[in-house]
Design a binder for this molecule. Structure first.
Ligand code: ASP
Length: 594
């Protein structure tokens, strides 16, 4: 028989009581974390989201109460009325904030029972939950775990800090519609059928892009929204079909204006998680990022690539089978120490996957033939004892047309960049740079990457795509090329990414505010006037009514919280996430079948 709550009201949370409360008469409520029977004495750990309080029931004082307490099981819901008593010195639990006291029960109400849970939400049982499917199916039990409660709290605090910061800077949070027209962000849309117009669909927003721009045309000046976005694309650990962005837009900004706003709210968000973030973040152009790090998402915790071409004579370059016209760079991973033969073989597999580029991983062997060159490589890459160095160059090619040269050059840098991050990850434990959960500011290395190319050539479709999205403004200096429709490969965009430890946290741009430029961009992207009007006519029209220059950015909230929580999957920080197959296992599927 279950008991009624009646007029009991809890006086304290389970993490609240301390030695100073001894003698107080209290009412606690919570789940039974664990029950321990020691004959005369029975102990119950009562849990809520704030912590645990030990309840003690003494059979000699009240046999009926003891019998009742013996009947409770893990995850039963109880109300306990009792008195706070100090524990004897030898029974104090230093691991619990409430460990100096316990509550001697006088009354116990069983408010609800629980089936035996498939896994225990008790804190120290966490490591036993190996099966993530089970966690997702019984998400309510999983979320009861203190670690998950902490993640939810962190998410709340981070979002609140961002809201407060942006509000103080004069940004208004403004909602934009979910049932709307397609917004191109490079993914597929989720569609919702219209009941009123059979055969027609709403698209769920991939981002509020056009609405936030229209808010600038509307005079809102500074908009932000912590907003759900929907993208139907292949899932990975760091992707979810619905995810949350910190989306913002402002009028008359230079790129630096947007950077300062983002640096400000990220500083506030990180502070909410106890991390001091140095600002401003370093900045580099896309070209620089490529040449120095082999990636447009550089992980700044590892050394930059070193250009070591000049260390080798042209004879050596030829003997090594390298192309003299292409770069030769050194990837250095610090403090790796001895690399065993087995590891070297494994690495070779890693290397051989990088098409086009040529990798030289045995510096010792190279040293036998070219000791001076290797010494120069070591100096140029600032190598110290125990560092791993791998050289990446271009394989010798027959005379290729100049257009191919740029591609081959990029391939050398990107191959080196991939090796750099893969080797970095692989040897992380040894060089200590990638401790995901280290809460020191030095483990969070942020950077801005600017001046992305405006267009990307799509070989399959034989046309250009917008590298960011089609509303991004070209550089003012490159505007003429755009208007003339020539030399589009070299047009730079006023687009920027903010990158944290090799992961893109967000992207944005200064937008096109002129209708003629916007129409020209649609044309450059292979859209006819009719197509452009059909898809974006409302927006092209809006641009004709005095659109001020504007720009903005969007950052992934889930990703920020994941990194701050030291987690490796977004599912750890999203309360009800979907699996890699885009289903919510708790609600048994992803859709309603009619
Ligand atoms: N709409 C873009 C995105 O969601 C961000 C931006 O350009 O502001 O990626």
């Amino acid at each position: 028989m279950l008991d009624l709550l009646g007029n009991l009201e809890r006086t304290h949370a389970n993490g609240a009581l301390r030695a100073a409360d001894a003698g107080a008469h209290v009412i606690l409520m919570g789940w039974v974390n664990r029950r321990r029977d020691l004959g005369q004495l029975l102990f119950l750990d009562l849990r809520d989201r704030t912590g645990i309080t030990q309840i003690v029931v003494d059979a000699s004082a009240d046999p009926a109460l003891h019998a009742k307490a013996s009947s409770v099981r893990s995850e039963f819901v109880l109300a306990v009325v009792g008195r706070v008593v100090k524990r004897d010195a030898n029974t104090i639990n230093k691991n619990l904030p409430t460990g100096e006291i316990e509550v001697a029960a006088e009354e116990l109400r069983i408010l609800n029972e629980s089936k035996t849970p498939p896994f225990s939400p008790a804190e120290d049982a966490t490591s036993a939950i190996a099966n993530e499917e089970m966690r997702l199916k019984y998400r309510y039990l999983d979320l009861r775990r203190p670690a998950m409660q902490e993640n939810l709290e962190l998410r709340h605090k981070v979002a609140l800090a961002i809201r407060n910061h942006l509000s103080a800077q004069g940004f208004f949070e403004i909602e934009t519609p979910f049932l709307t027209r397609s917004t191109p962000e490079g993914a597929r849309d989720y569609l919702v059928p219209s009941r009123i117009y059979p055969g027609s669909f709403y698209a769920l927003p991939q981002s509020p892009q056009l609405f936030k721009q229209i808010l600038m045309i509307s005079g809102c000046e500074k908009y932000f929204q912590i907003v759900r976005c929907f993208r139907d694309e292949d899932l990975r650990a760091d992707r979810q079909p619905e995810f949350t962005q910190i989306d913002l837009e402002m009028t008359y900004p230079r790129q630096e204006t947007v950077f300062a706003v983002v640096e400000g709210f990220l500083k506030a968000a990180f502070a909410a998680a106890g991390v001091e973030l140095p600002t401003p973040f370093p900045r580099m152009t896309y070209d620089e990022a490529l040449r120095r790090y082999g990636s447009d998402k550089p992980d700044m915790r590892l050394p930059a690539l070193a250009d070591v071409k000049s260390a080798f004579s042209s004879d050596a370059v030829q003997t090594l089978g390298l192309d003299a016209g292409l770069p030769l760079v050194a990837v250095r991973i610090p403090k790796v120490g001895e690399v065993s033969r087995k590891e070297r073989d494994e690495n070779r597999e890693l290397f051989s996957a990088k098409g086009g580029a040529k990798v030289i991983d045995d510096l010792k062997r190279l040293e036998k033939s070219w000791p001076e060159s290797v010494a120069k490589v070591r100096a140029a890459s600032q190598s110290a004892e125990g560092d791993l160095i791998v050289l990446v160059g271009g394989g010798a090619r027959a005379d290729a047309p100049p257009a191919e040269l740029r591609k081959a050059e990029t391939a050398v840098y990107t191959s080196a960049g991939m090796l750099r991050s893969e080797l970095g990850r692989k040897y992380a434990a040894r060089h200590g740079a990638f401790d995901g959960d280290a809460k020191e500011s030095s483990s969070y290395r942020l950077t801005w990457v600017t001046d992305f190319p405006m267009f990307e050539w799509d070989e399959e479709e034989k046309r250009y795509n917008a590298a960011h999205h089609p509303f991004t403004s070209p550089h003012e200096q490159d505007m003429e090329k755009v208007l003339a429709g020539r030399d589009l490969d070299s047009v730079r965009a006023l687009a920027y990414d903010v990158v944290l430890n090799g992961t893109e946290l967000g992207s944005g741009s200064i937008r096109i505010h002129r209708q003629d430029v916007q129409s020209q961009i649609f044309k450059a992207l292979g859209m006819t006037d009719e197509e452009a009007r059909a898809r974006f006519g409302f927006f092209l029209e809006a641009l004709e009514y005095g659109t001020p220059p504007h720009g903005g950015i969007a950052l992934g909230l889930d990703r920020i919280v994941m990194l701050l929580a030291g987690a490796t999957s977004l599912r750890e920080v999203i309360p009800f996430p979907k699996t890699a197959k885009a289903v919510d296992l708790m609600v048994e599927g992803c859709r309603s079948n009619f």
